[in-house]
Design a protein around this ligand. Structure first.
Ligand code: UDP
Length: 341
């Protein structure tokens, strides 16, 4: 297959590019504003092009003749939803809609990454793609602009599918972690990257581990290898056409306070040292700024993806330890902030 990978230089993109390169059957063109995370990743069936997805002419040139567009382009970071809501809308809705319109016009299959955040506040013990309600918080909590933008994009893709104009697959990832995720931050930083990167930074610097609103919210963490395996499954399986899939590991549910404890324990196990980091409770507004609303997340129902033959294979301890190993080994060469992807 000829594949255009939009957002190839991000965390997910760099891993998906690597997995596709290893499958010699595919020819891949990767587009991104930067390629730091693609350092050392390449092959005869991969070409990287530096550019912005908002440059429609460039996207159109690159998409000519491809079979599939995989669109990963996104700001996937609550700190940015709060501080730059219009920028989030512009990239996560307008730019991705332009990509979808292009796929419609040229009859190209689209695999669109969405987010587990579209579910919003959970009303049920699990999330089912085609049954659970999507419950956003108030407009004045601009955290939800990201989820609302992704939700509307999903609805447009579904409508195109209904009219027989687009062959799409939507993937809703649940807190995927692994090597090359985000970036490290100095001790005491608030906002910025996602929770794993904050806790990893705290362990390495001895700074505080901040527990936003007491760290009571739950998340299910997914191993990056399970995520890339899911993309390969969706790419190959005809049953993925015009479907939405949760991508997560329901067995890997933990509170954020629990994650902090697990990472401290693993840090000692992996390094033989004790980190000086302390747990410090902080409000959402103090950590992210006004307009943040925290949300609990229940574990996903992944039976739809399982029905295609995919299975999450990494338990929570392995998932967190594997991500930590990368940072422990490469702490001084972590790429600097790149919030997209
Ligand atoms: N969080 C925290 N401490 C941090 C960073 C985040 O307690 O240093 C919390 C955050 O409030 C949320 C959870 O961890 O409840 C996950 O946040 P993250 O930014 O990783 O992404 P999300 O899953 O909300 O998209």
């Amino acid at each position: 297959m000829h594949i255009l990978l939009l957002g190839a230089g991000g965390f997910l993109g760099s891993h998906i590019a690597e997995a596709l390169i290893n499958q010699a059957a595919h020819d891949v063109v990767g587009l991104d504003i930067d390629d730091d995370k693609l350092d050392g990743i390449g092959g005869p069936n991969f070409r990287f092009v530096r550019g912005d997805v908002r440059d429609a002419t460039q996207v159109e040139e690159l998409a000519a003749g491809v079979d599939v567009v995989v669109d990963l382009v996104s700001y996937a970071n609550p700190s940015i939803y709060v501080t730059q809501p219009l920028e989030v809308f512009d990239l996560n809705f307008r730019s991705n809609l332009a990509v979808a319109d292009f796929c419609v016009a040229h009859d190209i299959r689209l695999i669109q990454f969405s987010t587990s955040e579209v579910y919003g506040r959970p009303l049920e013990p699990t999330y089912r793609e085609d049954a659970s309600p999507l419950v956003m918080g108030p407009v004045t909590k601009q955290r939800w602009i990201y989820a609302a933008a992704k939700q509307l994009l999903e609805r447009v893709l579904h409508a195109y599918g209904l009219e027989g104009r687009l062959d799409y697959t939507i993937i809703r990832p649940f807190n995927v972690i692994g090597s090359r995720l985000d970036y490290l931050v100095p001790a005491g930083t608030v906002g910025g990257p996602r929770v794993f990167s904050h806790f990893m930074s705290a362990l390495l610097t001895g700074g505080p581990m901040y527990l936003v609103n007491g760290g009571e919210a739950h998340r299910s963490f997914t191993h990056i290898a399970d995520a890339t395996a899911a993309v390969l499954t969706v790419l190959e399986h005809p049953g993925a056409s015009k479907q939405i899939f949760n991508l997560g590991n329901p067995a890997n549910d933990i509170s954020i306070r629990g994650l902090a404890a697990l990472m401290r324990e693993l840090y000692e196990e992996l390094t033989g040292a004790t980190s000086a980091t302390e747990l410090v409770e902080i409000s959402g507004d103090d950590f992210y700024g006004e307009g943040y609303e925290d949300t609990n997340r229940v574990p996903p129902d992944v039976s739809k993806l399982r029905a295609l033959g995919w299975e999450p294979r990494h338990d929570l301890r392995t998932t967190v330890a594997d991500a930590m190993r990368y940072y422990l080994g490469a702490a001084n060469s972590i790429p600097q902030p790149s919030e997209t992807g």
